[in-house]
Design a protein around this ligand. Structure first.
Ligand code: DC
Length: 217
């Protein structure tokens, strides 16, 4: 088999990025965080005063953007924005940007280019359903809302970003709703995906299970 494409989709806080990173390392593949791409467009919109609901202006921004995901960092027009794109003000607005059809079309094209040689693990919401429907392995990670909020809260705290647990939980519920109800590429379980509920599982257990799945099939 040529170098595989592995997609990992699921709701906010299901542990996708941590798991996808580790799966990529275990299998010697490259990890691509596609949520970071939508976050970078959102950050640029905020910095330039573009309304996150303005499809036309967002399209212009996204068309001209230079995005690089390399070495675990995210570069927006050459600037390392890895920390800025995780801030609550971006998290609060990113779902609005991600529901715009034109932005999704541009990001989908970029994602396909980035994965054109295979050998990648991509995490997102529509990787297995829309962007790579014929991926070699499709995983759908999920967990209870409480558990996802707990993980996100701990992750933010570790980065020194102070927000209340309720605020994080509220953000996750709100994003789930927008991500699953949007018209274009809504969050759903891709056809043929392996569904893994990670509630109560450790990261090691989840990683091992996915690596096993991708090696055996
Ligand atoms: O995974 P994350 O929290 O960094 O994702 C940020 C937002 O981007 C999330 O609200 C949904 C959206 N997203 C998307 O619509 N499609 C993707 N492939 C990845 C993320």
């Amino acid at each position: 088999m040529a170098l595989p494409v592995i997609t990992i989709d699921g709701p906010a806080g299901a542990g996708k990025s941590t798991v996808a990173k580790r799966v990529a390392t275990s299998l010697g593949l490259t990890y691509l965080d596609t949520g970071a791409m939508y976050r970078a467009v959102t950050l640029l919109a905020q910095r330039t005063g573009v309304d996150v609901n303005d499809d036309l202006l967002l399209k212009r921004l996204a068309e001209d953007i230079s995005l690089k995901l390399t070495g675990g960092r995210v570069y927006l027009n050459g600037e390392d924005v890895s920390e800025d794109i995780r801030k609550p003000e971006v998290s609060d607005k990113v779902s609005f940007v991600a529901r715009q059809r034109s932005v999704r079309e541009i990001m989908t094209k970029l994602q396909r280019e980035m994965a054109s040689n295979g050998g990648v693990v991509l995490d997102g919401r529509d990787m297995g359903s829309v962007v790579f429907p014929s991926a070699d392995y499709k995983i759908f990670l999920t967990a209870s809302v409480e558990e996802r909020a707990r993980r996100r809260h701990a992750e933010l705290e570790q980065k020194g970003i102070i927000v209340s647990f309720d605020e994080v939980k509220h953000n996750i519920i709100a994003r789930d709703k927008i991500d699953s109800e949007r018209e274009v590429a809504p969050l759903r379980v891709p056809e043929g995906a392996y569904i893994l509920d990670t509630t109560g599982l450790t990261i090691d257990e989840v990683v091992q299970e996915i690596v096993r799945k991708c090696r055996i099939d």
